[in-house]
Design a protein around this ligand. Structure first.
Ligand code: 13P
Length: 255
């Protein structure tokens, strides 16, 4: 009942020309796998070019961040109104934003609210650091991040929100939790806290993605888990064949 979802987070990679080539190389095979909601999240500078290429397809487009204010004196920022001109999705609270750019639970909360107010689908990232994991803090940290990010979300809206569980130590490292460990966090921590806050029925509708070193060789293992509804893919989403293989694995596992 939850449509599988795979998004590619291109991070700060590539020019417009490189984005066009990458989309060109994946567009045809991606279009054929419509049992999966597929979303590309290029850098801001490539949004327009990619939007034009995706026109007339059911492949979605997302931004990687945004400000929560409509407009104003915020040099260098991009507002929800601006994002909504091109994209339907927006990644919020990625751990790289938290680590390098001072993003906090509080700013993520404001951004999630702003996204919903502009009919954008927020992809909210949560996850523990290696230090938190080693001191047994995974569950409370993830719970806190989810509750804070969704503090202003109403129960009837929560099904629109997508959560990405991305253990910080698994991002770009080639390390991953086992699929069973990831599924435990998805089900017994994230979905459980959503159920307490928004009710069981609403919690069952929220897609919870796994992110962190998802590759063609390990994707099927994650997608076989009942509470893992898809993936937020970094490095492998830059390689068209790899990204298509991951999307295909989601279609097969959730068929
Ligand atoms: P990698 O897939 O490169 O580990 O990145 C994951 C990620 O941060 C996606 O948002």
């Amino acid at each position: 009942m939850r449509k599988p979802f795979v998004a590619g987070n291109w991070k700060m990679h590539g020019t417009v020309e490189e984005a066009r080539h990458r989309v060109w190389d994946m567009l045809q095979p991606l279009q054929e796998i419509n049992q999966v909601e597929r979303v590309l999240c290029p850098p801001f500078t490539a949004l327009l070019a990619v939007a034009n290429m995706l026109m007339g397809t059911d492949i979605g487009l997302g931004a990687q961040n945004m400000h929560w204010e409509e407009e104003g004196a915020y040099t260098g920022e991009i507002s929800p109104r601006m994002v909504a001109e091109f994209a339907r999705y927006v990644i919020l609270g990625h751990s790289e934003r938290r680590k390098f750019f001072g993003e906090t639970d509080e700013t993520v909360r404001k951004k999630v609210r702003a996204a919903l107010d502009h009919d954008l689908v927020p992809i909210v990232c949560v996850g523990e650091t290696i230090g938190e994991r080693e001191t047994g803090l995974t569950d409370p940290v993830v719970q806190r991040q989810v509750l804070a990010a969704l503090a202003d979300v109403r129960p009837e809206e929560v099904a629109r929100v997508i959560i990405a569980y991305e253990p910080v130590w698994a991002i770009g490292t080639g390390l991953t939790p086992t699929p069973e460990e990831a599924n435990r966090v998805h089900g017994q921590v994230i979905r459980a806290v959503l159920a307490r806050r928004f009710g069981e029925e609403a919690a069952q509708q929220v897609r919870i993605l796994y992110g962190g070193s998802v590759k063609p060789h390990n994707a099927a293992g994650f997608f076989a888990q009942p509470d893992i509804d898809g993936a937020l893919v970094g490095g492998a989403s830059l390689i068209p064949e790899a990204f298509v293989a991951i999307v295909r694995a989601a279609a097969e596992a959730k068929a």
